[in-house]
Design a protein around this ligand. Structure first.
Ligand code: GLC
Length: 574
């Protein structure tokens, strides 16, 4: 994507294509099935590139497409240089990439560097004997030292991140499921393998990597005992603080930059698990030569009960807190570095259910309002496929409907502890990851036009009306609104680079802010409530302004700062 030339842009120091880009995330398993096995694939993606292009986005981020036994849908890789059989072949990959580049789209792949699959050849070798040359590609704890100090394994029923392997009488570390053993980044040979592999993909023409749980690659490998008291006091209950961001993290990232990233014109974005506003600059400041961007978890964690991260929440949220988090993060990068913004991805429920309102009368306006938010902030938007249609949570009633290892194993864990399964299943209707993974809704034909056979995960029954074919025809659909807001951002550099200022911060229903660049000023008003709200801000009421966008097309939104339920208004102040 060439950086656009306009006079306002000329005043910007340090422009980068990835700051001006809109990233569209595609979960390939659920996008389009081309060969009738109920699973999306690369040929499916290729067949829909014109659709992606029609959205006006610039970059496609694809979740892992590498060879994998799929314990965690591709986040358990058994060959980093192969394509997952269900997704196709290397030839299909080449055709997809060519098709993207021909349309001016860039491709970002997912780098899963903290762990591999237990089916990876390295792990098979590593576990085979204590003297095998791959032994140190993973973290082993010999059983004669006794039981290793507790580390959590997020996707394990017993909650433990160590698994005993009788073959060599030792435990190995896995921060996720036991099928995802953690790689040992202390070992320079392993690091070289990873860097060579990244160069392999960049040499094919890939334009960047999203880096899965990258702060986890460095840990304190003396594995000290950490007590609950330490966790509560020193780490404030946040396990990512003591598991991750170890002593060599930034050395490894700098090495990655010098060995890989700096050699190509590519973008990098960290999944910033455990990264705080205090540590963010260490990852993304240009002079550090590490990464370009990261995405934080503070926003999407809002509303969860502490210590019960996924099990029993989220339970609603306060807009005042929401505003304060996103304003704080804008401030973090106001002078240096660059931010990201997202409300949905493959680890989150659907944004309209979580942050808007999916009741029939509010689903469309609230999804458009949230889209307006994402496209008018000073940060690179990461927009999750299907949100442009206003897709919402499927809200399964029974555990058998879920496919996600996280939901299934948490259910089992709660069951084993005689916990409240009913409460858990209710909470999953809001929070579960599978809500965001249901097949994309192309049209009203069987299986939403996603596949000609029963898909791997159920289609949301609302596909009959919520789908691309219907929404392309309807001028006021969420889809057409999305295209409009994307264009607005593209046409107005002030929306990319302009200074952000929060107004009326304590207003519990309205999120109001301005964006300013040179002589241009834009005002964004978002109603996060189901009430009609008249925004009372006298200083701006009287100034002359032009309405650029409203998510209600009947005009009912615009008169004098009156916002309909979940209304969104964008003005240019003259
Ligand atoms: C990241 C991924 C998530 C995966 C986990 C383990 O958080 O986004 O989907 O389950 O890492 O790889």
């Amino acid at each position: 994507m060439p950086v656009a030339a306009t006079s306002l842009y000329d005043s910007i120091p340090n422009r980068k294509w990835w700051k001006e880009a809109i990233v569209y995330q595609v979960y390939p398993r659920s996008f389009k099935d081309s060969d009738g096995d109920g699973v999306g694939d690369l040929k499916g993606v290729t067949s829909k590139l014109d659709y992606i292009k029609s959205l006006g986005v610039d970059v496609v981020w694809l979740n892992p497409i590498f060879t994998s036994p799929n314990a965690d849908n591709g986040y358990d890789i058994s060959d980093y240089r192969g394509i997952m059989t269900e997704f196709g072949s290397m030839e299909d990959f080449g055709a997809m990439l060519k098709g993207m580049h021909a349309r001016g789209l860039k491709l970002v792949l997912d780098l899963v560097a903290n762990h591999s699959s237990e089916q990876h050849e390295w792990f098979k070798q590593s576990r085979s004997s204590r003297t095998n040359k791959y032994r140190d590609y993973y973290h082993w704890w010999p059983a004669e030292k006794g039981k290793p100090p507790f580390r959590p394994g997020s996707f394990e029923v017993d909650g433990s991140g160590w698994r005993f392997d009788s073959l060599t009488n030792a435990y190995y570390l896995h921060y996720f499921s036991y099928k995802q053993p953690d790689l040992n980044w202390e070992n320079p040979k392993l690091r070289k393998e990873m860097f060579d592999m990244m160069n392999f993909w960049f040499d094919k023409g890939v334009d960047g990597f999203r880096m899965d749980v990258i702060p986890f690659i460095s840990k304190d490998t003396s594995f000290p005992v950490i007590t609950q008291h330490d966790i509560d006091t020193k780490y404030h209950g946040d396990w990512s603080q003591y598991l991750a961001s170890g002593p060599h993290l930034h050395d490894y990232l700098r090495e990655m930059d010098s060995q890989v990233l700096s050699r190509h014109n590519v973008m990098s974005v960290a999944e910033g698990a455990g990264v705080t506003s205090a540590t963010a600059h260490n990852f993304v400041d240009e002079d550090r030569k590490e990464l370009n961007m990261l995405y934080h978890f503070e926003g999407v964690s809002l509303g969860y009960l502490p210590g019960k991260f996924k099990q029993m929440g989220p339970k609603g949220y306060s807009l005042v807190e929401f505003k304060s988090i996103y304003s704080k993060w804008d401030g973090v990068f106001a002078e240096k570095g660059w931010g990201t913004i997202y409300l949905g991805n493959h680890d989150q429920p659907r944004m309209v259910t979580r942050w808007g309102n999916d009741a029939p009368q509010f689903r469309e306006p609230s999804s458009k309002m949230l889209t307006t938010f994402l496209m008018t902030m000073r940060a690179t938007p990461y927009y999750y496929f299907g949100d442009e249609l206003g897709m919402d949570n499927i809200k399964f009633n029974k555990i058998e409907d879920y496919r996600d290892i996280e939901s299934i194993n948490m259910y089992q864990q709660i069951k084993n502890n005689n916990g409240d399964l009913k409460e858990f299943l209710e909470a999953q209707k809001i929070g579960a990851r599978d809500n965001g993974r249901t097949p994309f809704q192309w049209d009203s034909s069987a299986n939403a036009g996603f596949s000609n056979t029963a898909p791997w995960l159920s289609v949301n029954p609302n596909y009959k009306t919520v789908n691309v074919a219907a929404e392309e025809k309807e001028p006021n659909s969420p889809l057409n609104y999305f295209k409009k807001v994307v264009k607005l951002r593209k046409d107005n550099p002030v929306l990319v680079y302009g200074k952000y200022e929060l107004l009326d911060k304590d207003n519990p229903k309205i999120y109001a802010y301005t964006r300013t660049l040179g002589d241009e000023k834009i005002l964004v008003l978002l109603n996060f409530s189901k009430d009609t709200v008249s925004w009372n801000y006298p200083t701006l009421k009287s100034v002359s302004k032009t309405l650029l966008l409203s998510n209600y097309t009947d005009g009912s939104n615009s008169a004098d700062f009156v916002l309909q339920p979940y209304g969104a208004l964008v003005y240019k102040l003259d």
